[in-house]
Ligand binder design. Structure first.
Ligand SMILES: *Cc1c(COP(=O)(O)O)cnc(C)c1O
Length: 386
């Protein structure tokens, strides 16, 4: 039997067209995009094409609003630390949510050590940021608000447009981590009303090693890397031409498919959830029931640890996630589920199933059949617990 990959929230395969676009830039057209000669300019042109592809995919007004980075993590660090340091003279207060990705939360902790104050706005039981509390948190010392567009663990979509409107005529910069959101739901940076937006390549069928930060025209932030002045001084170091070219190609393709994929994945997800509820049972859906990513199911099976299910599925070459990939290694309860007010038990029971481009109805049905067997087995070990 072929393995079943249901962990697209962790990463995705490089799509063939993106891989093909990248290949010439490893050992044939390997010039440094900063070199003045034609050989370097060939790389430069490929990078500028990719910049346009990324800009177009998110509805940026010009390609100049895109800075290439190495990852979603770097984009988040650059956005938060870069914005905070640049605006220090106007205040030292930052507002974010309690369910952000570690690359935002840890950047905030770092900024706290630098003397900034951070308010972590709570979420409701569906993982939605409490807007009234966000509003109340704003002071005349607030310089930056960062709220993720879609949660990587439970899939909840945040009210980014509302927050964008709230901050529209204020000098407060608004950043969103759209690494998990991009490619799942159509959007443009203009309708979201953001100043800064983070993207990653490997979640959208591009290669690992590339990411981007959208910086709205006129917005200034401090760079993290200092050196040869690449990326208009915002991110020094020789650009990773193959990865950027692959990322650009992946962005163009996914933005053409996103509306169709959104509908297809939503139908698959709902089919999967209905079957699990009716054929396995004793299970809760974590995250918002409807305002959620089309490809995400985060489930807590009563009385059984998510890790145990993951390992049993792994024996059948079915790959899912318990909690998030970033906290799974540590076997710590998910900070997201705890912030949503879930019990430690529920948090440890959680299993994240994320679908993607190659997920079909047939694969989902095979998955549910196998999951039924696994759950039957695991529950037979501890029948008293549920
Ligand atoms: C994956 C992810 C990141 C980190 O991106 P990398 O490219 O893996 O560093 C940040 N935020 C969210 C929401 C993510 O899902």
């Amino acid at each position: 039997m072929k393995p079943i990959y249901l962990d697209y929230g962790a990463t995705s395969p490089v799509r063939p067209d993106a891989l093909e676009a990248m290949l010439p830039f490893f050992s044939q057209a390997y010039g440094n995009s900063g070199s003045i000669h034609d050989f370097g300019q060939q790389s430069r042109e490929a990078i500028e094409t990719a910049r346009k592809q990324v800009a177009q995919a998110i509805g940026a007004s010009t390609a100049r609003e895109i800075i290439f980075t190495s990852s979603g993590t770097e984009s988040n660090n650059l956005a938060l630390i870069g914005a905070a340091r640049k605006r220090k003279a106007f205040g030292n207060h930052i507002v974010t949510s309690s369910v952000e990705h570690p690359s935002v939360l840890e950047a905030c902790r770092f900024l706290e050590r630098e003397g900034f104050e951070v308010t972590y706005v709570p979420v409701d039981s569906n993982g939605l940021v409490k807007l009234d509390q966000l509003k109340q948190a704003l002071t005349d010392r607030t310089i930056l608000v960062s709220v993720m567009a879609a949660n990587n663990e439970v899939g909840t979509l945040q009210p980014i447009r509302e927050i964008g409107l709230l901050l529209k005529d204020s000098p407060i910069l608004f950043h969103t981590d759209a690494v998990q959101y991009f490619g799942k739901v159509p959007f443009s940076v203009i309708e979201l009303g953001v100043d800064l937006l983070s993207l990653g390549s490997h979640k959208v069928y591009g290669p690992k090693g590339a990411g981007a930060l959208f910086i709205k025209k006129g917005v200034r932030i401090e760079p993290l890397l200092h050196g040869g002045g690449q990326e208009r001084g915002m991110r020094a170091s020789t650009l990773n031409t193959p990865a950027i070219v692959g990322f650009g190609a992946a962005c163009q393709l996914i933005s053409q498919e996103v509306a169709d994929e959104q509908a297809r994945l939503t139908a698959l997800r709902d089919h999967c959830w209905r079957r699990i509820q009716s054929e396995i049972g004793d299970v809760d859906l974590n995250g918002h029931p409807s305002d959620r990513l089309p490809n995400n199911l985060n489930l807590s099976f009563h009385g059984v640890e998510g890790q145990a299910i993951l390992l049993e599925l792994n024996r059948k070459q079915i790959y899912v996630s318990s909690g998030s990939a970033c906290s799974a290694g540590k076997h710590a309860a998910s900070h997201v589920l705890l912030a949503m007010g879930k019990s430690l038990d529920t948090a440890f029971q959680s299993l994240r199933i994320t679908f993607g481009k190659d997920t079909t109805l047939e694969l989902i049905d095979r998955f549910v059949d196998e999951l039924k067997e696994v759950m039957h087995y695991l529950r037979s070990l501890s029948p008293q617990e549920h």
